[in-house]
Write a protein of this length. Structure first.
Lengths: 376, 296, 305
């Protein structure tokens, strides 16, 4: 391979949010004070349902929204009162937001033009970025003459051309079809490796979060539910909210009561042994449930979904929905009785009141988290 | 929207951008509007002889003048007839032009031509065409003497005005209503067709109900338009006659103010006309507008 | 769709034919009469067939009337009206939509209210303002008592006087004092994606750059629509130019045309010559419609939404 000039490379900056908050009026708080530090060069995915404040957070970092309080520090500089152009951030927008009247080259070079970069230098940088993104043949086209994927690349190109210390992504893949979304994910990961800018990627798609992120920041009603690596988030969710949000199908959550030795369902069936007393929520992922393995929990199949590679069985225990993922080829029919067991090491326990995880409730879960920690 | 704080914040630039237009609007809109009301309480001497506060005397004088009531009555009659026709005729044409037939292409082009022809110009033309001696009706007048003479018969003059007004009003209303019709999604027709509604029926069951917003808007604008733009037509076709039978309020104000130099009277009538126009618009919005807003 | 729409299509065709006839008929009669001689018209009345005198009649209009110079006036008025409306409306809509100003809603309402009361209604008092555009200032000085103060210091009160009657500026300015353009541009700005503005800000564009580099090129069609609309409106004005200009050389062509018809009854007017004048006066706007119809239709639709 010929040596491509990789000089599009950013000086990644650390981002610190200190007590950053956003509210539109006294009653309407979008984001209560938030404290978080993103390491230089880290790829952070901000994940949450719509309306959780993730876009607002991103726009405050970009300077498109004013903070109601707190400080934003990028690369050691306090920026919360600076205009967007002085913050060293670039952004990729959800609907690309390309200038329809400018060519691809003009779109990408516009920020340089505003900054007063000479024409020759602009052309050089455009050529470099275009080559990197495979856009070299389209430079003279208008956005309307491009496919969705190409427009996405132009939007990325215009963001990275300035070699920003911080790259912000506002649900950039949500308008693409499934195949293209996958391809762009791969490309984005690759690009991040090469450019190295501190990146913040806002999405509601857990697959994007799991595949792209160094760390995932899960936001719920403006509050941070958990901020950790994808592995920890998956295997050790810090709350019921996180547990339900990650995984497809999501983790089963069952109301249980502890009597000091075992956990029981509402109908009295024992599902696990645990020394605590009180009301809890028990979590188990559909793929972790052992079926017809001599287990003691009885149920029957209500509905069966064949997904080719595996099957999802819908059941109910103690009037609560329970999903089970089975490998392909298991002979089971609707209406058939099942006996289940929940492997102790795969269980998650949450306080019923707060939804917070009780860490180390079942000894083995800890080792998962330890393994995940090593990854960092 | 929530992104309000991402707007430009600048102290004097927006004021600077707004200043030229605002200056013109204040000077040539708000000051005259204010002055019309102000003067309606003063008796103004025509040749700069000073003015004197007279309270409601001007209103008493105007409101007890039978000519004022005559002009007001004719204005209302004209408003009702001319503006109804000026909406209904373009509506029928728009429904017809919305169909994919050979005639609709030239029609869409030709029907906007009147927009380029001044009311006064078409007034001059209509005055000629409806001239009793050399115009369209001249041969009939020879056969039946006195059948048509807008110079003597007030009704004939009034009809000529209405015809000219409708002619002038076709482009705007046609374009708006056609745009409304074209924005109806085709699936709506398909659904109606599946429900068994034929093309005639769909006009009343689908098209008309769905362009109610546009229809309402054309009516609102047309009411004001018919009251004001008729001046050019009156001045060129009838001159307010015969015998004042086509003297509408807007023409009477002009005559009183610029020929009779009765500034106070003209201002008072202007004030009354303004209140009338504003009330009319307000009524239409409150009583009609409320019922016909569909979410699409 | 598979359906029998014959009857409705025939009816629609007939209706449109009548509509076209209604529009074109008077125009045709104008043209055909304009091409006949006065004597022909006296003998036969209105001309159904074109004659040969068209250019003779046009020449009569050009030589015997003030229509040529009045057409120049119309051109100036219509063009300045269109240009000024486009520029001022664009700037004010820009300020209202893209700046954080507390009174944006009030300002917009004030601008929009101008649509409710057309110039023709308030012509009497607008005329008075145009006769001395400083009269509001004088009144304010009088009313606040500042003038008494000034009079006691300088010996006489301030009474500025400047009439814009019989000037092109005076013919145009009251037409520009109108909210449709601002409304139209505001509507257009609202249809632009919000992210476009944010992207430009991320790219470092300030208010002026955003205006010139992004908004202006994108608004080209809106400009064209508004320009056509206001040009036509300026050209076809009647009442304001009638009172705003008192000398024939300052009047607009439409007013001049109306003045060709003698006020007094008696002799039948020279209708062929007048019709030739009508043709001449309508030539510019009709050409404009023929060439720029797309923008006109778009403008009409946009100004309504």
């Amino acid at each position: 391979m010929t040596a491509i000039d990789l000089s599009i490379r950013a000086a990644a900056a650390e981002i610190e949010l200190i007590g950053v908050t956003k509210s539109y009026d006294a009653k309407n708080t979008i984001i209560p004070p938030i404290d978080v530090t993103l390491r230089p060069g880290e790829f952070t995915v901000v994940l949450g349902p719509s309306g959780c404040g993730k876009s607002t957070l991103l726009q405050m970092i970009a300077g498109l929204e004013r903070v109601s309080g707190g400080r934003i520090v990028i690369g050691g500089r306090e920026v919360q009162d600076l205009e967007p152009k002085h913050r060293g951030c670039a952004m990729v927008f959800q609907n690309y937001a390309l200038y329809p009247h400018m060519t691809v080259a003009e779109n990408m070079a516009y920020s340089l033009k505003v900054a007063g970069v000479s024409k020759a230098a602009r052309a050089e940088r455009v050529a470099k970025v275009a080559k990197m993104l495979g856009l070299a043949d389209f430079l003279e086209r208008k956005p309307s003459q491009l496919s969705g994927g190409q427009r996405q690349r132009v939007a990325i190109g215009r963001a990275i051309i300035r070699e920003p210390g911080v790259l912000l992504f506002d649900e950039p893949l949500s308008n693409l079809d499934a195949q293209l979304r996958h391809d762009m994910r791969v490309e984005l990961a690759e690009l991040h490796r090469r450019i190295g800018a501190t990146s913040i990627f806002v999405t509601h798609d857990q697959v994007e979060a799991m595949t792209l992120a160094d760390r995932i920041l899960i936001l719920n009603k403006g509050r941070i539910e958990q901020f950790d690596t994808p592995k920890v988030i998956y295997h050790n969710p810090a709350s019921v909210f996180v547990a339900k949000f990650i995984g497809s199908p999501p983790m089963n959550i069952l109301d249980v009561t502890g009597d000091g030795s075992v956990l029981r369902l509402a109908d009295g069936q024992v599902v696990a042994s645990y020394a605590g007393k009180g009301n809890f929520q028990l979590g188990i992922r559909p793929e972790d449930i052992a079926v017809n393995d001599g287990g003691s929990i009885k149920t029957e199949i209500r509905y069966r979904e064949d997904l080719g590679s595996h099957e999802i069985l819908e059941t109910k225990i103690a009037d609560q929905n329970l999903r089970i993922a089975m490998p392909f080829g298991v002979e089971i029919d609707t209406g058939q009785a099942l006996s289940l067991s929940f492997p102790q090491a795969r269980l998650h326990l949450f306080e019923r009141e707060t939804g917070r995880a009780i860490s180390g409730a079942f000894g083995d879960a800890k080792s998962q988290s330890a393994a995940a920690k090593e990854y960092q | 929207m929530s992104s309000e704080s991402s707007l430009f914040s600048h102290r004097w630039l927006p004021a600077l951008l707004l200043a030229p237009l605002m200056l013109l609007i204040v000077l040539f809109f708000y000051v005259p509007v204010f002055q019309a009301f102000y003067w309606s309480f003063f008796l103004e001497q025509p040749f700069g002889g000073g003015s004197e506060f007279v309270g409601l005397q001007n209103f008493q004088r105007v409101l007890s003048d039978p000519e004022f009531w005559g002009a007001t009555g004719r204005t209302v009659i004209f408003m009702l007839t001319a503006s109804s026709l000026a909406v209904v005729v373009p509506l029928m044409l728009a429904v017809a032009a919305d169909r994919k037939i050979g005639m609709s292409y030239p029609a869409r082009n030709i029907l906007v031509w009147p927009k380029g022809i001044a009311g006064a110009s078409i007034g001059v033309v209509f005055a000629f065409i409806f001239n009793p001696f050399v115009g369209l009706m001249a041969p009939l007048n020879v056969l039946f003497p006195g059948l048509w003479n807008p110079g003597i018969d007030g009704t004939d003059a009034f009809v000529t005005l209405v015809a000219a007004h409708v002619w002038s009003g076709i482009p705007f209303n046609f374009v708006i209503l056609l745009a409304g019709l074209r924005s109806i999604p085709p699936t709506m027709y398909q659904a109606a067709a599946m429900d068994g509604a034929g093309p005639w029926r769909r006009i009343f069951d689908v098209q008309l109900p769905l362009i109610m917003p546009q229809l309402f808007l054309t009516f609102v604008l047309e009411f004001t338009e018919s009251i004001t733009s008729v001046f050019a037509l009156i001045d060129t076709i009838t001159g307010g006659g015969p015998g004042g039978s086509t003297t509408l309020l807007v023409y009477k104000i002009y005559v009183d103010g610029f020929r009779g130099f009765d500034l106070s009277g003209a201002s008072t009538q202007t004030a009354i006309l303004m209140v009338f126009v504003l009330l009319l618009a307000a009524c239409q919005f409150f009583f009609l507008g409320r019922r016909i807003n569909y979410e699409r | 769709m598979v359906e029998n729409a014959r009857s409705i299509n025939i009816a629609a065709g007939i209706l449109l034919a009548i509509g076209i006839l209604y529009i074109v008929g008077p125009l045709y009669l104008t043209l055909s009469t304009a091409s006949q001689s006065y004597e022909y018209m006296l003998r036969n009345g209105l001309a159904w067939v074109p004659g040969t005198e068209f250019f003779a009649n046009i020449e009569k209009v050009i030589h015997d009337t003030r229509i040529p110079i009045q057409m120049l006036n119309s051109m100036i008025v219509a063009f300045s009206n269109a240009l000024a409306t486009c520029v001022l409306s664009f700037l004010s809509a820009y300020a209202i939509v893209y700046f954080r100003i507390r009174w944006a809603g009030v300002v917009f309402a004030l601008i929009l209210a101008t649509i409710m009361l057309p110039l023709d209604i308030r012509v009497i008092t607008t005329y008075q303002v145009a006769a001395n555009i400083f009269s509001p200032l004088n009144a304010v000085l009088d009313f606040t008592g500042l003038n008494t103060l000034i009079a006691s210091v300088f010996g006489s009160p301030v009474q500025l006087e400047l009439s814009v009657l019989d000037t092109h500026f005076g013919l145009v300015a009251p037409l520009v004092a109108h909210g449709t353009g601002t409304f139209l541009f505001r509507q257009f700005f609202m249809t632009l994606p919000k992210d476009l503005f944010k992207a430009a800000r991320m790219d470092g564009a300030g208010p002026i750059r955003f205006l010139i580099d992004i908004l202006l090129p994108l608004a080209r069609t809106s400009f064209a629509s508004l320009f056509v609309l206001t040009f036509l409106s300026g050209w076809t004005q009647y009442l304001w130019p009638l009172v705003g200009a008192s000398t024939p050389d300052m009047q607009t062509a439409v007013v001049g045309l109306a003045r060709l018809v003698p006020d007094a009854d008696g002799q039948v007017p020279d209708f062929p010559m007048i019709m030739a004048g009508a043709v001449l006066v309508s030539l510019v706007p009709l050409t404009m419609i023929a060439l720029l119809q797309r923008f006109l239709v778009q403008g009409l639709v946009l100004s309504e939404k």
